[in-house]
Design a protein around this ligand. Structure first.
Ligand SMILES: C[S@@+](CC[C@H](N)C(=O)[O-])C[C@H]1O[C@@H](n2cnc3c(N)ncnc32)[C@H](O)[C@@H]1O
Length: 444
């Protein structure tokens, strides 16, 4: 800790928003908190605070469920825990103390500096005395051996941090750091973790809350389904559609890549799973081998666009084709790219919905289109109003733009024939202005 410039540390924490109890954990926690309290708001020194100097103090957090708005872990906390599994367990404990809209900020020593600790800086003042026995780094053992005999600290790698937070149900992002001081103090890295799409509101729950299913859509799809049909539902998601296929009497096999979506489907459709009428498989529709053939396949809800590269869609068409009996049909429902390509290259859409727990969810989606690369980029933000929580997907999602000619060619190359093509569920012609693009392919 003494090698770390406290100014750098405090400056890189000063921008955090504080709406409730704060916990600062680590060596010099009290001092850091006092400096931060002045920066955040000089009149808020009385803000509920807790400081813990020792990692052992973390056990006392166990009673504080859902308490903290902000937990700051200073360098010198997690790296004092020598076993990687134990470090993960500490993060799980910390996550339980966090409010649903709170965040954990982890400051760690930038690993790039590990071999260079020759000069000591303390609060911006250089200590002339040089470290005589430099720190040695054991990358395989995952530890740094310090100058005091027997003293060692763990190397916290980026991959360990990202994996531990994710497995603890938190969304984590790395943030750039400002360095006011140009002097060579030890570098720092900052990770910010909060509950996000994959935990409190898993992607499946959000998806279900945001998307309904119109009666026309349902009637259209079910017109192709007869009882006892063996249906392959590709990218089956949260099971939004599966339930209607099951109610019609079909035997359904769903394949889905996202575990959040799959879990939501498993919970919602547990009755059908127990009954043996439904099978849900965690898999990738670009490459799968179920070693049997189906009577009908269904690919809906822009799932095909989510396979953003045309070559990967080709793999998907090949895999799907091998799983269909001759004469079986593949129904594809996607957005119609015609109107947005023709009308302009940007769109913003906002949707508000009531979540099952009573919160109001507002989702803003901004899309831009690249007709050269045939990609669309989507940036999404989710606000849960009553909790003032904002989930932001860190990187815009890239999906593919799929035109009718590509479907014709994919069909031609993979043993299908394009037999029907519509622009809406009333089976009207597909035009640039149509709301949907619907394709029915027949296996030769
Ligand atoms: C917009 S959702 C549609 C879900 C469902 N078909 C519906 O209409 O409600 C798209 C789904 O495709 C899934 N997906 C994307 N790429 C996939 C892949 N390569 N293999 C399996 N599922 C995939 C996503 O995880 C997501 O659940």
């Amino acid at each position: 800790m003494s090698l770390i410039n406290t100014d750098d540390l405090v400056n890189n924490l000063a921008d955090l928003r504080v709406n409730g109890p704060v916990g600062v954990i680590g060596p010099k926690a009290r001092e850091v908190f006092a400096l931060l309290a002045q920066k955040w708001n000089p009149h808020r020194e009385s803000a509920a605070q807790c400081t813990y100097e020792q990692i052992e103090d973390l056990t006392s957090l166990e009673g504080k469920k859902r308490y903290y708005d902000l937990l700051i872990l200073l360098p010198g906390v997690l790296d004092r825990v020598h076993q990687v599994e134990e470090r993960y367990q500490k993060i799980v404990t910390l996550a339980q103390t966090l409010r649903p809209d709170g965040q954990i900020v982890l400051m760690v020593v930038d690993l790039g500096n590990l071999g260079l600790m020759e000069r000591r800086w303390d609060d911006g003042v250089e200590i002339i005395e040089q470290i005589t026995k430099p720190v040695t780094v054991d990358w395989i053992g995952g530890v740094r051996h310090h100058s005091d005999p027997g003293e060692k600290t763990a190397i916290l790698t980026r991959s360990e941090i990202l994996l531990s937070f994710t497995a603890a149900g938190l969304m984590v992002k790395e943030e750039p750091l400002r360095r006011k001081n140009t002097d060579p103090s030890v570098g720092l890295q900052r990770f910010v973790a909060c509950f996000g799409l994959y935990s409190q509101y898993s992607s499946g729950q959000l998806y279900d809350a945001l998307l309904g299913l119109s009666e026309e859509y349902k009637a259209f799809v079910l017109s192709y389904i007869s009882p006892d049909m063996q249906v392959l539902e590709l990218a089956s998601g949260s099971g939004r559609f599966s339930i209607h296929l099951l109610e019609k009497g079909a035997q359904v096999t769903g394949i889905e890549i996202d575990t959040g979506m799959l879990n939501q489907a498993r919970i919602k459709l547990s009755h059908w799973l127990k009954k043996g009428q439904l099978e849900l498989i965690h898999g990738d529709i670009r490459r799968f081998d179920l070693k049997r053939q189906f009577d009908f396949a269904f690919l809906s809800g822009e799932a095909l666009n989510q396979i953003s590269e045309v070559e990967d869609r080709y793999l998907a068409f090949q895999s799907i084709s091998t799983h269909l009996k001759p004469g079986a049909r593949l129904l594809i429902v996607t957005d119609n790219p015609g109107w947005y390509l023709q009308m302009g290259y940007r769109r913003t859409r906002t949707r508000s919905r009531q979540l099952p727990d009573g919160n109001l969810l507002k989702m803003t989606e901004e899309r831009t289109y690249d007709p050269i690369g045939m990609h669309q980029m989507t940036a999404e933000q989710y606000f849960v109003s009553s909790k003032q929580t904002c989930f932001q997907l860190i990187n815009p999602i890239q999906t593919g733009i799929i035109l009718p000619n590509e479907i014709r060619l994919q069909a031609h190359l993979t043993g299908f024939r394009l037999v029907e093509q519509y622009g809406n569920y009333q089976r009207e012609e597909l035009l640039p202005s149509s709301p949907r693009a619907i394709y029915i392919l027949e296996k030769s």
